[in-house]
Structures are given as C-alpha cells and as structure tokens.
Design a protein around this ligand. Structure first.
Ligand code: ADP
Ligand code: MG
Length: 390
C-alpha cells in the first residue's frame, strides 16, 4: 500500500524528522487559507498523487503570493497529472499539499529498500539527488552508495556515518544525518514498510544555519502487515487504486490489472503466474492476474467474472482451475451463474482438472452454453490466444 507525500511527511515528523511546515487542502480556498496560516512569503503547491515525477510534470510549483497559491491550487485540483511514473492515463489530483518553500543548497537522495537478494533493508544514497536521480543511476552509478542493514543488530551509527560521508555530508550535518537515518529505519520497522524514499533530502539554509530536511517522501507498506497497522491502514486512499482491484480485495479475490486483452481466472497464485506465462508464450497478452483462492464458491466465481469483465479490453476469458481444495463442480456452477446473470458476450475458455472434474465437465456440457474447453493449460492458452486473434 502506498501513501501520499504529505502523509509520509507527517509520519516522519512524528519520528522527529525535519520536514517543512505544511498543510493539506482539497480546494483552492483551503489552499490559500493554509498558506496564510503557514506564513512566510514563498510556498510550494504540491499535487498529491501516488506517483513521483510530479516536479517535471507541473505538479510542484513554487509561488510568491497568496493569490498564486489559490490560482495554482485551482489549476491542479481536478486535473489529470501525467508523470513518467503514472502511465499515460495519469492520476487525478484530489488534494494538494501547501508547504513553506525552502532555500535549497543541495539535494541528496536517500532510499531504504528491501534487497530481495540479501533479504535485508538496504540504504541507497547519492550526493546527486533531485529530479534526475534516474539519470544518475544510468550515467554515473558510482555516485550511488549502498549499505546493508543486519536485522538482528539494526542500523548502527557507524553505518550512517559511512553513508553520510560517502554522499559528502560532514561537520555539523553528520549528527543530523545519523539521527535522520536511524529515525527513518525505526519508522520503517515499526510500520512494516517495504520502502521509504526521500528524494530530495535537502540541505536547506534556514537563516540560522544549514539543516537537513526531507522535501519529498514516498512510502510503501507491506499489505500483509496491514492487519496490525491501524494507523497506516487509515491513510489508504482508494481513489488512487484501480477500482477493480479495490472491489476484488473486498471479495477476497487477488486481482491485478494488466494491459492485455485475455482475462484470466485461476486458482492459486503460482498457477495464475504460469497461466500468464503460457498466454505470453503463445503470443497473447493477459488482461489481468486473478487468483480466486481455494474453496471458491459459485458466488466468488461470479464476482471474479464480473471484475474481469469491467476491463473493456477483455476479448475472452481463460478459466484455469486445478482443483485441490476447490471443487470443479462448484466452479462450473459459478461459470454458468456468471454467464446467465452477467450475460457474458466474450468467449470463455475453460480448463478444469482435479477434484470432481468429471462432474464439473458434465455440468458445463449440459448447460447449453458454448464454453470452449481444453484438456490442459498449454492447450487452453493456445485456444485463448487463437480466439482473440480471430
Ligand atoms: P517529485 O519527486 O514528484 O518530482 P518533489 O517533491 O521531489 O516531487 O519536488 C520536485 C522538486 O521541487 C524537488 O527536487 C525540489 O527541487 C523542489 N521542491 C520540492 N519541495 C520544495 C520545497 N518545500 N521548497 C523548495 N523546493 C522544493
Ligand atoms: Mg521527489
């Protein structure tokens, strides 16, 4: 689960991390009022969407008057912001974050990610942070440093100093950097975060000296930990998620939208992955990943069909069931129920195997509906691809 920049900043603030003073606004009038309360003469109006790259797409604007705060907020709210991270469809801006503009001296990059190889939280940092970090990774990877954290020991001060030194922080900034890194690590561990990205971590001139400040923060949390993270769960913004995925999770279905045209309904995540592979191998493109799980009732199968069909690109549905805990007769009943109640127009390619398979096949055959059946996964994928290719 992702959260907005402003939520991440509020979370970090509660861990003692320095962030600019700011306020969230859902309308231009609120934005102006927020800026007035924040005070000062320069503000930043920042579109809140679950994607980065906003700066380059016009979603981050520095303004010098209350009137411009209002105008900028008005222009942003309700518009679709397309950044290199949103995909071409973009994301609608529902709220903006107004914060004090900082006098930036330098921008650093500081990320905490889980390295799947070492299975450990790893710090990734660079002296060259800011909006071109992707280019730094491509053209000068030597400017990026890594530090692996041992979960049994936790993040040690010397490791923070090592990272800070490598990105050019020294003197009075060293203790600030150590405190900041340890706070982010603690926050990540406490909240079951998978990723925390600070870009930029800025060296800011405050008038009373230089200070490290978090100017942008992205957090991603482990969905499997949300049951014990009430505070984080409350930050969920369903408007930022695919409505089909939201609906699916409400029905206990694991659905992920993809960009092809062959809808998939499969039991088991592994078999679902294999089905996507088989479709791709035959030259087709899956429209989604969907795991109906074990013990799928006819209702669950109907829900799965409905969600898959909400995607207008779907030209056929591949149903691939290897029933262990599941029962093929239930799946068959569910498919018939779905065909009747949803008036499905697209062809259904069905592969059934396992528990009560004979019964399941009989139910389909006697239904009077035109299912395309297949003996195994490979044949089913080939038939699905042939169907969409006409
Ligand atoms: P994104 O990563 O989505 O482009 P950021 O929040 O990182 O958005 O903002 C983009 C750039 O805008 C930053 O790299 C920084 O230069 C500038 N910026 C962001 N927040 C502030 C701020 N409070 N004061 C001054 N400049 C800012
Ligand atoms: Mg950023």
């Amino acid at each position: 689960m992702n959260i907005h920049e402003y939520q991440a900043k509020e979370l970090l603030k509660s861990y003692g991390v320095s962030v600019p003073v700011g306020s969230v606004a859902y309308s231009d009038a609120q934005a102006e009022q927020a800026a007035e309360e924040i005070g000062g003469e320069r503000w930043v109006v920042k579109a809140q969407i679950h994607a980065g790259g906003r700066g380059k797409a016009g979603g981050v604007k520095v303004v010098n008057s209350l009137e411009d705060v209002r105008k900028t907020a008005d222009a942003m709210i309700g518009t679709r912001l397309v950044t290199h991270q949103t995909g071409p469809e973009g994301s609608v801006v529902q709220r903006v974050w107004i914060e004090q503009a900082s006098d930036i001296r330098h921008e650093y990059y500081l990320g905490f990610v889980i390295d799947r190889g070492t299975q450990r939280i790893t710090i990734i940092a660079s002296s060259e942070g800011g909006m071109d970090i992707e280019d730094v990774a491509k053209t000068s990877p030597d400017k990026i440093v890594k530090e692996v954290i041992d979960p049994a020991i936790g993040l040690r001060d010397f490791q923070c100093r090592k990272v800070a030194t490598a990105i050019g922080l020294k003197g009075k900034l060293m203790p600030q950097a150590v405190k900041l890194m340890k706070a982010i690590y603690r926050c990540m561990r406490d909240k079951d975060a998978l990723q925390a990205e600070i870009n930029p971590l800025a060296l800011v001139n405050t008038g009373e000296g230089e200070k490290l400040m978090v100017l942008d923060a992205k957090f991603n949390f482990d969905d499997n930990g949300l049951y014990r993270q009430k505070q984080i769960t409350e930050l969920r913004d369903l408007a930022e998620e695919d409505p089909k995925e939201v609906e699916a999770s409400g029905h206990g279905l694991n659905y992920i939208a993809l960009d092809g045209n062959i809808g998939c309904i499969v039991n088991g995540a592994g078999l679902a992955m294999a089905s996507l592979d088989a479709i791709t191998l035959h030259g087709g493109r899956p429209a989604n990943f969907l795991d109906v799980g074990g013990g799928a009732s006819p209702e669950k199968v109907t829900n799965a069909c409905r969600i898959v069909l909400q995607d207008p690109n779907v030209k056929c549905i591949l149903v691939n069931i290897f029933a262990g805990i599941n029962r093929c007769d239930w799946i068959a009943q569910g498919l018939i129920q779905a065909c009747n109640s949803l008036q499905i127009q697209v062809p259904l390619i069905v592969r059934l195997a396992g528990t009560n398979v004979e019964e399941g096949r009989k139910i389909l055959a006697e239904s009077g509906l035109s299912f395309i059946t297949a003996e195994n996964l490979d044949a089913a994928a080939a038939k699905a691809v042939a169907t969409v290719k006409g």
